[in-house]
Design a protein around this ligand. Structure first.
Ligand code: PNS
Length: 169
């Protein structure tokens, strides 16, 4: 009997991808055959990087890894999961502070579609303090973010802030 491929989606803003995200994706690959990194198209949230830039950085970081796909989505994560035949939604947990909002979102997702499971993966200890926002803040003020994001993301962050500075923004 051929076993069905187990697909999970990993939804998020990924503005930009951090090594904390990479750690979660690597853990998810121990459980699932394919992980689709699903970048939310959110017209209400001002992002630093465009959708195309965020997806390109993800593809660059997982270059050649067939089990990792990058895509964009709009609307409900459970609807997108269904469309992709995914059985689970992956979310990373750093600290207790993540728990309440994640719990609420998981319960809403279950209410909307009980066939899609929420799977929470604990981030590696060294990534507990990392978030896209804190890394952007450090990078904006010229802080060294080496080792916190994939190399390609580090370069794009430096280019982006240099460009914004040139524009006087
Ligand atoms: O990286 P983020 O910003 O913490 O990701 C949040 C995200 C994209 C996972 C969440 O906002 C989401 O799934 N949005 C899509 C709409 C949805 O399905 N919301 C949850 C149930 S109402």
């Amino acid at each position: 009997m051929t076993q069905k491929k187990k697909i999970a989606i990993y939804p998020g803003s990924f503005d930009p991808l951090t090594n904390g995200h990479v750690d979660i994706i690597e853990r998810a690959l121990d459980i699932f055959d394919e992980v689709i990194i699903a970048v939310l198209h959110n017209p209400h949230k001002k992002a630093l990087f465009t959708m195309e830039e965020r997806i390109a950085m993800i593809r660059d970081s997982f270059n050649g890894e067939k089990a990792v796909q990058a895509d964009s989505f709009g609307g409900l994560a459970v609807e997108y999961a269904k469309m992709k035949n995914a059985v689970a939604i992956i979310r990373g947990m750093r600290a207790v502070s993540d728990f309440e909002s994640e719990f609420q979102m998981a319960l809403m997702n279950r209410k909307l579609n009980k066939e899609v499971q929420s799977v929470f993966l604990m981030t590696g200890f060294r990534w507990i303090f990392t978030s896209s926002s804190i890394i952007k803040e450090a990078a904006m003020f010229g802080g060294d973010i080496s080792g916190m994001v994939p190399e390609t993301v580090k370069i794009k962050l430096m280019e982006k802030y240099a460009e914004l500075k040139k524009q006087g923004k």
